[in-house]
Write a protein that binds this ligand. Structure first.
Ligand code: PLP
Length: 441
């Protein structure tokens, strides 16, 4: 537990309430171990990054090997072999739909780069009024000012409303609890009507549509169907705005295919990847840009250069880990044939929890690829749901049973490391079963 006189301001943790904060001393595979010797299964893979498990031998060996060659060098005006190799590999993994890879060091930055490239590209095309974005109510794109600005409005960003620039926020699709009360089978994409209305009247002020494809992650693991993305692609083409996919969560195989874009068979104009990229070991992010947009920046005029770099952008150690992480993922996925390695295990777990849904302790039980989620106490996803206590209490009870989860309000979800064993799933299943039994609602 965090000592009373701790020197660290722990993020996302109320400072007044004395909530337990375990101190983690070591980690291995799907487990993290506290300084008091307690083991927790890392059920959300340390914010979705640790896809190969902690301290994967191949990643650790690659890191040590890389330290013998090159630690860091700035990417401004210089390039290194690891960065170039990773870029080439990423372009290949995305079926050569993109022309270039722009490095940064976290998901928020990768989104901000996509926004700036979009606005800049339209300016270079002599359409300087195209500066706003269509965004979705349940989206999350990061905590820096720009990324926060294009995220859905919620209790986390409302204190900073004065700092926000105008965007066009649409009600987000949700195929498990459709805001238009439709089922995916019989809907006519009502969720896109508002998008089209906005584009119809304001396309000359809009640079792009930004969305997390197939799953809104941080807002509550909200799933929706590929046809929404296909519809967005058509609208983006019709009204001449870019389509940007933030795959910081869904990329690196979260849904089975390398990206959600490939799963949905929709080609965005820009795509952002981060979280799972280095297997969670070091900070790295990328923004991939299509040829037609990149071409706007090719020329001798300094106004055509893209001025955005972070000091540690494209760190060679991180790039080397990125290459190894993709290789590892390729090995796994060739065995499962494009299915997420845990999809079956999570489906089984979902089926074993159905009785709790019938008894109405939980609702919207769902799984897809490497994600399982449900809401407790039948709550719907609503803005101030994050402030309710049930999810936190429920998860603390799970910790006692050896499973570390962190709720998204009342949404409880699992995204365990891909290497999580069947034996470890018994811990998960037992902990969830017991905690649901004990849950008073
Ligand atoms: C986590 C996340 C981000 C922000 O990434 P950071 O590395 O935390 O800045 C952006 N978009 C999505 C979809 C995310 O899940």
């Amino acid at each position: 537990m965090l000592p009373k006189d701790s020197h660290t301001w722990v993020p996302l943790t109320p400072q007044g309430k004395r909530e337990p904060v375990p101190i983690i001393q070591k980690a291995e595979g799907e487990f993290i171990f506290t300084s008091e010797g307690k083991a927790y299964l890392d059920g959300i893979a340390s914010w979705w990054t640790m896809i190969h498990g902690h301290r994967h031998p191949k990643l650790m060996a690659a890191l040590v090997d890389q330290t013998k060659k090159l630690d860091h060098v700035m990417l401004g005006g210089l390039l290194h072999e690891e960065g170039e190799e990773l870029s080439k590999l990423l372009l290949q993994k995305l079926d050569n739909q993109f022309a270039k890879v722009y490095f940064s060091d976290n998901g928020s930055n990768s989104v901000e780069i996509a926004l700036k490239v979009s606005v800049h590209s339209w300016a270079l095309r002599k359409r300087p009024t195209k500066t706003s974005f269509v965004i979705f109510s349940t989206s999350y794109h990061g905590d820096s000012l720009g990324a926060m600005n294009v995220s859905g409005s919620n209790v986390f960003n409302s204190p900073y409303n004065a700092l926000r620039f105008p965007v066009e926020e649409c009600i987000a699709p949700n195929c498990h609890a459709c805001p238009w009360k439709k089922k995916p089978k019989n809907c006519s994409l009502e969720c896109l009507e508002q998008v089209e209305d906005i584009l119809k009247s304001k396309a000359e002020n809009i640079a792009g549509i930004l969305i997390e494809p197939l799953v809104f992650g941080a807002f509550g693991m909200i799933f929706y169907e590929s046809k929404v993305l296909k519809g967005l692609r058509k609208l983006a083409d019709k009204y001449e705005v870019y389509l940007i996919f933030d795959e910081v969560f869904t990329g690196m195989g979260r849904l089975g295919e390398f990206t959600a874009a490939q799963k949905a068979e929709v080609n965005p104009d820009l795509i952002c990847l981060a979280k799972g990229l280095t297997g969670g070991v070091l900070a790295l992010a990328v923004t991939l840009v299509k040829e037609s947009i990149y071409r706007d920046f090719v020329g001798e005029d300094l106004h055509q250069a893209f001025f955005h770099a972070h000091t540690m952008t494209g760190n060679p150690l991180a790039c080397r880990l990125g290459i190894e992480s993709i290789r590892l993922w390729e090995e796994q996925i060739s065995i499962t044939q494009k299915e997420h390695p845990l999809a079956k295990e999570l489906e089984r777990l979902r089926d074993s929890l159905i009785s709790w849904e019938s008894s109405q302790k939980i609702s919207h039980l769902r799984s897809q690829g490497g994600i399982l989620a449900f809401e407790i106490s039948g709550t719907d996803i609503a803005e101030d749901e994050y402030l309710l206590e049930e999810g936190r209490k429920f998860c603390r009870n799970l910790w006692d049973k050896g499973l570390f989860l962190r709720p998204l309000g009342n949404t409880i979800y699992l995204t365990p490391p891909n290497i999580t064993s069947s034996k470890s799933f018994e811990i998960v299943s037992k902990a969830l079963g017991e905690s649901l039994k004990e849950l008073q609602i």
